[in-house]
Design a protein around this ligand. Structure first.
Ligand SMILES: N[C@@H](CCC(=O)N[C@@H](CS)C(=O)NCC(=O)O)C(=O)O
Length: 306
C-alpha cells in the first residue's frame, strides 16, 4: 500500500493487517513514521506531521472504542423483575457487572422516548457496546452470543431457542400472577403450576435425562440453563414442592445454583429482584400510565386463552 505526502511524494506504507488489530495498525503507523523521521528531508518532515496526526487519531478512536467496549452495560427499567430480570441473570452468569437506571415516573419514560432512546417507546433498554438495545430476546441473544453462552453451532442454538421460548411462555404466565385479583389469585396460581408441571418442566426433565449431565444443550453452561434455573425458582415461589416429581431438575437446580457467579447472584444484596408486589405494580401503572387494572384484565385474558 502506498500514500502521498502533501508535497506529492510517494510514501511507502506497510500493508495493513488483514483484520482490525490495534497493535498491528499502531505498529504500521509507527514504522512509516520512523522511516520518515530517518529520511530527514523537508518533504518527508511534512509527511511526518501527517503520520503523527494519523497515529494520534488512530490511538484516540481505538481508545474510544476500547472505552465503549469496557463500559459497564447500563440497564434501563423499573425497580422490579419484569422482562429485565432474565437480562440481569444472564449478565450475572457471564460475570459481567452492570449499572441500572431504575425509572420511577412517567416523565422519566417520556424523556427517554423524546430523546429517541427507545426504538419502540418501550422498556427494557440496555446500553451496551455503544448500542441502545431493545426487545428483550434480542438483548439476551446478544449477551449469550458475546459471552459464549449460545451453543457451539446453529443446531445447538436452535435447541437453546426452543427451550428458551418455552421458558419465556411459562415465565410470562408466572409474571402475571401477582396482578390477578385476590379472589382469582388461587385459581391463577393453580393454573400456572399445572401448566408448569404438565407441559413445560417435563420437557426439561427429559432433556437433562437424555443429556446425562446438568446442561440442557452441549457440554457447557448456556443461556437455556441460566433461564431454566430462573424459571424453576419462579415456579417454586408459586408452589414450593413443584419439583417433587422431577429428580433431574432437582439435581440440575442444586448443581447450577452452586456455580460461583450464580451463587453470588442468589445471595441477598445482589441485583436480583424479589417477586413483584403491590408496590411494584403501582409503580408500573404509574410509569406506563396504565389504566388501573389493565394488567389484571390482560392477565385474565392470557390465563384463559392458554
Ligand atoms: N417485545 C418487547 C415488549 C416490551 C414491552 O412491552 N415493555 C413494556 C414494559 S415491560 C412497555 O414498555 N410497555 C409500554 C408500551 O408498550 O407502551 C420486549 O420483549 O422487550
Amino acid at each position: 500500500m502506498r500514500g502521498r505526502n502533501p508535497a506529492g511524494h510517494v510514501i511507502p506504507l506497510p500493508s495493513p493487517p488483514p483484520a482490525p488489530c490495534s497493535l498491528l495498525s499502531h505498529y504500521s503507523l509507527m514504522f512509516a513514521l520512523s522511516s520518515c523521521i530517518q529520511g530527514g528531508q523537508q518533504e518527508e518532515s511534512l509527511s511526518t506531521s501527517v503520520l503523527v496526526r494519523l497515529f494520534v487519531l488512530s490511538c484516540s478512536s481505538e481508545n474510544q472504542e476500547l472505552r465503549i467496549m469496557a463500559a459497564k452495560p447500563k440497564l434501563y427499567y423499573f425497580d422490579g423483575r419484569g422482562r429485565m430480570e432474565s437480562v440481569r441473570w444472564l449478565l450475572a452468569a457471564a460475570g459481567v457487572e452492570f449499572e441500572e437506571v431504575l425509572l420511577e415516573t412517567a416523565e422519566e419514560l417520556q424523556n427517554l422516548i423524546k430523546d429517541g432512546q427507545l426504538m419502540y417507546q418501550q422498556l427494557p433498554m440496555v446500553e451496551i457496546d455503544g448500542m441502545k438495545m431493545v426487545q428483550t430476546r434480542a438483548i439476551l441473544r446478544y449477551i449469550a452470543g458475546k459471552y459464549n453462552l449460545y451453543g457451539k453451532d446453529l443446531k445447538e442454538q436452535v435447541l437453546i431457542d426452543m427451550y428458551v421460548e418455552g421458558m419465556k411462555e411459562l415465565s410470562d404466565l408466572i409474571m402475571l400472577v401477582p396482578s390477578a385479583a385476590l379472589e382469582d389469585w388461587e385459581k391463577s396460581v393453580n393454573f400456572v403450576t399445572e401448566k408448569a408441571t404438565q407441559r413445560y418442566l417435563p420437557v426439561y426433565e427429559k432433556a437433562l435425562k437424555d443429556q446425562g449431565k446438568n446442561y440442557l444443550v452441549g457440554n457447557q453452561l448456556t443461556w437455556a440453563d441460566v433461564f431454566l434455573l430462573e424459571v424453576i425458582l419462579m415456579v417454586e415461589e408459586c408452589k414450593s414442592d413443584a419439583l417433587s416429581a422431577f429428580p433431574k431438575l432437582q439435581e440440575f437446580k442444586a448443581a447450577i445454583s452452586k456455580l460461583p457467579r450464580i451463587q453470588k447472584f442468589l445471595q441477598p444484596g445482589s441485583p436480583r429482584k424479589p417477586p413483584m408486589d403491590e408496590a411494584n405494580l403501582k409503580a408500573v401503572e404509574k410509569i406506563f400510565n396504565l389504566e388501573k387494572g389493565l394488567l389484571l384484565k390482560h392477565s385474565t385474558v392470557v390465563l384463559v386463552d392458554l
